[in-house]
Design a protein around this ligand. Sequence first.
Ligand code: NAD
Length: 363
Amino acid sequence: MARHSVTLVPGDGVGPEICDAAVRVIEATGVEFDWEVLQAGEAAIKEFGTPLPEPVLASIRKNKVALKGPITTPIGSGFRSVNVALRQELDLYALVRPVKAYKGARNLRDDLDFVIVRENTEDIYAGIEFEQGTADVKHLIDEISGLAKKKIRPDSGLSIKPISITGSERIVQFAFDYARKNNRRKVTAVHKANIMKHTDGLFLSVARMVAERNGDIDFEDRIVDNMCMQLVLRPREYDVLCCPNLYGDIISDLGAGMIGGLGLAPGANIGTNGAVFEATHGSAPKYAGLNKVNPMAVMLSGVLMLRHLDEVVAADALETAIADVIALGKNVTYDLKEKRDDPTSVGTSQVADAVVAQLKAGA
Ligand code: NAD
């Protein structure tokens, strides 16, 4: 069996403990790994003076696959989000977030199974912003007011929303390719094209064009506000949702809430220079080092990683073992209990023990 070289970025906050738990269960599948462990975030600032040192990027570029813990965005330090920077530096343009209900989790309903494909590099999320009161924003307001014949209040701040043909075409094509590879039948483009004609409208017209050359998979579109309501009322009608960056961000948390919270929401950032697998949640700093939070989101990200590495048997076995531990309801963290202060909830590392035991029982 081939060994896999994978970059491991434990991150900070609860990152190291949940990554430790995830690595244990991933290795318990029997697939062999050479983990290249590299620090980013707070630990890296102390050593390298930057939260995203070049060796981290070089390692991911070389291995093409990384498992990553969450990283705190230091407020007011001048450092931008490592998570956003990583996606931009490596051009990880697709963020895949499955929303799947596991029996025994605190699901909105038990038959949920759809996937959010979020564009990761552009939209109002691109970080092109102009601060209220600066000379730059004044210049832009004057310029735009002349061009658009619409008044922008002089005391405004501005965030720019770029959406390109290039960015839209590749994310929609990715959504179709993902659907085909994962036996999914339909792609739904999510937008607000009725209001933002030149950004979301462009995304939608590109999506329709891409759909024409992917006729083997169904295609439709939904306006984002309606999409949110539909997901709550009729989620079984949806399969792969292809979203521009901001809507994808918001719908991902809606999805996480529908399957019982962030503790069960995995993710994969995939692009031209590799793939980085990480939970949807952040570094939950108040729980750091307490052996308390749920490691299953990063474990399930590990399942996505195993599938990406074509280790399908191991991926299925690990997903089943995690699902069994959830269904049994005994060795789960506080967030999966009815009451958050349930004294029978276990810690992060005990969940890993239980998943390893379940894997062995199923082998
Ligand atoms: P968060 O996801 O870290 O935590 C919010 C709350 O969700 C926690 O207080 C906890 O109650 C719950 N929670 C999160 N993960 C959980 C888990 N595994 N098990 C059980 N409960 C869990 O969000 P935040 O507090 O907004 O962000 C904290 C830091 O993380 C910020 O600096 C933020 O920028 C960063 N962040 C990083 C990433 C990433 O690395 N990809 C993503 C989101 C936020």
